[in-house]
Design a protein around this ligand. Structure first.
Ligand code: NI
Length: 224
């Protein structure tokens, strides 16, 4: 899940109201790349792979495909997860799905801790599944690392219960609320070839797609 227009933007602007609006992203304080102090924390060393993977930009056929389940958690999967976390923190973003780095497997990473006073909480979700969705909806301004600098308010269930497999192979089950709930749904959508712009009307979606095509042409011309 994407990054903010203005880093350090106001969070949960509408929290007291019916709509909670947030801008994604911001430089995570705990990313070792941005926080040299983190390098001294052995817990963070796990995330230093030195490998930032290129993030696919919409439109790309790989972002429209349904990903395959992970059948076994191998070293390759663990390395992928580490590289995805590092890529996400570097972007910066709060969530990233494997197809966004061109790997068609059901793996998601997230860290929606925005408050620099709180410890980071990187989570790796292998084969995540939504078990339950609340009837109540919440609306957030979403963005996506594969659709840079485009944002739209999207309504989704306010809370979801999700089951997944952790990297150590243990089954996990957690109810997410707030930004975490929106983010996990956004990322699981990626595993099913769905983007947040698919919730928009065709005109708005087409406008964003055209902007992304232009961005890709410009990047190709610059050799970026
Ligand atoms: Ni996304």
């Amino acid at each position: 899940m994407g990054l903010s227009k203005d880093i350090g933007a106001h969070l949960f602007a509408g929290l007291a109201g019916l709509l909670a609006t947030v801008r994604w992203g911001g430089k995570p304080r705990d990313c070792p790349r941005h926080n040299p102090a983190g390098l001294r924390d052995p817990g963070r060393l796990h995330y230093i792979t030195g490998m930032i993977r290129p993030i696919l930009i919409h439109p790309d056929p790989r972002l429209k495909k349904v990903c395959d389940p992970v059948v076994e958690i191998t070293d390759e999967v663990r390395r992928l997860a580490d590289e995805m976390l590092e890529t996400m923190y570097d972007a910066p973003g709060i969530g990233l799905a494997a197809p966004q780095v061109g790997v068609m497997r059901r793996v998601v990473v997230m860290d929606c801790v925005k408050d620099p006073a709180l410890p980071a909480r990187p989570i790796v979700l292998v084969n995540p599944e939504v078990l339950w969705r609340s009837e109540e909806l919440s609306t957030y301004e979403e963005g996506c690392l594969s659709i840079p600098e485009q944002y739209a308010e999207i309504s989704r269930p306010a809370e979801v219960r999700v089951r997944w497999t952790a990297l150590d192979g243990s089954p996990q089950d957690e109810q997410f609320a707030g930004l975490w709930a929106t983010c996990v749904q956004h990322e699981i959508d990626h595993l099913d070839g769905k983007l947040f712009i698919d919730y928009l009307g065709p005109l708005k979606r087409q406008m964003i797609t055209r902007k992304m095509e232009k961005l890709k042409r410009e990047r190709a011309r610059l050799g970026a």
